[in-house]
Design a protein around this ligand. Sequence first.
Ligand SMILES: [Zn+2]
Length: 482
Amino acid sequence: MAEKVNFNIDKDKNFSEWFTDIIQKAELADLRYNIKGFLVFQPWSVLAMEKMYALLEKILQKKNHKPYWFPTLIPESNLKKESSHIGGFTPEVFWVTKGGEKELDEKYALRPTSETAFYQMFSLWLRSYKDLPFKTYQRANIFRYDTKATRPFLRSREFHWIETHCAHASEEDALQQVDEDMETTQQFLHDQLGIPFIFFERPVWDKFPGAHRTFAADVLNPDGKVIQQPSTHLISQQFSKAFDVKFKDKDEKEKLAWMTCYGPAISRIFASVIIMHGDNKGLKFPWKIAPVQVVIVPVNDNKELQREAEKIKKQLQDEDIVVEIDSSEKSFGEKLFFWEMKGVPFRIELGMKELKENKATVFRRDTNKKESAKLTEVAQYIRKNAVKYDDNLIAKADALFKNKLASAKSKDELKKIIDDGKIARVGFCSVNKEGEKCAEFIEKNIQAEVRGTRLDEKKKDMEKCLICNKKANHIVYVARSY
Ligand SMILES: [Zn+2]
């Protein structure tokens, strides 16, 4: 039983191996389920992701989004109503074609995203400008027959997310919703989970199928590749037309609603949590989502120590802190390695020496250092330092992101910046169809992608497109991605 767990893979040198290995060692997911691209999420990740859901839903509800549970199945006719949407999703849809032995009259899609389910109902629910803005969300699992190589948490064929769907009276209101979604991303990803990101408006060729404009948060990995995290979309009015989502405006005229949607994928954000904070010892959970926040490890099974451990446990539980005592058969040393690998924020070590001195030794996973706290004041110590712990994680993550943007004035410079694991800033002819050729050139020759433009870009210091030399109408950012 007492298997020695001493996780030690150099994350910076062998990132891929580190990622796959920690998922299995820390028992986050079992990858042996017998359908390709599907995984079994285990308690250590589910407990954290449940907390992530709770945090995000709290933010959304504060902003007046109401929760719904929609059916998992969407009739093919719904999906077909808007042609660019079905065009974009068809290759990725899992279809249900039979009920028992009977062929169904109509195919049903396992939802690849739920616009066409929500809008169907919006058309029945919305009547007047007084109903708007209409803000909904649901937590759901999503199915996509992704043909790219799958990677646990980052890209699998079933994933877990929240999708918000909103209807607005004007384009201006809809764009305000996009701003609010970006603010939500900042509050959730950065301020609570310590994940820095940049929002880009995606070029036309990289928009969500059926979107008028797409904005997406890119998170930088330590290996220099970016991961797309939540995106928010101003949906094309083709959708309101196709689904007949209309409302009577103040001027008594019937108008098409403006729709927005936002899709933070909890399982994918969880991957960024692992990647952003983990180190060569293993995981490092932000305080608010740690499955266990404090673990108490008595040096041995001495009765007195056990009693004291129980007392501390009670003290912490009274403060609503999730705490566990490790009374397993592992050796004391093995226990220490094990809980560091599992990413528990605070570990309390308890021996006779501590008891005599009336204080506990506390190991902090943020600094990997030991401190001490009075036995009767462990709860206060933890409460106070939990805030510092998160601040430390955030500061460290922010520091990683700094100096990762660099301007490129030539193709060679562009290649060097990308090879160095950074995001390049370049002059670019067009983010509309005309610019796609230049983007393809970058993809083919530098194996990197045009991620888009920044809304907060102020300087216009690039006059020519780095690729075709025509006038630069934009400054775009280029990176490698997952
Ligand atoms: Zn160009």
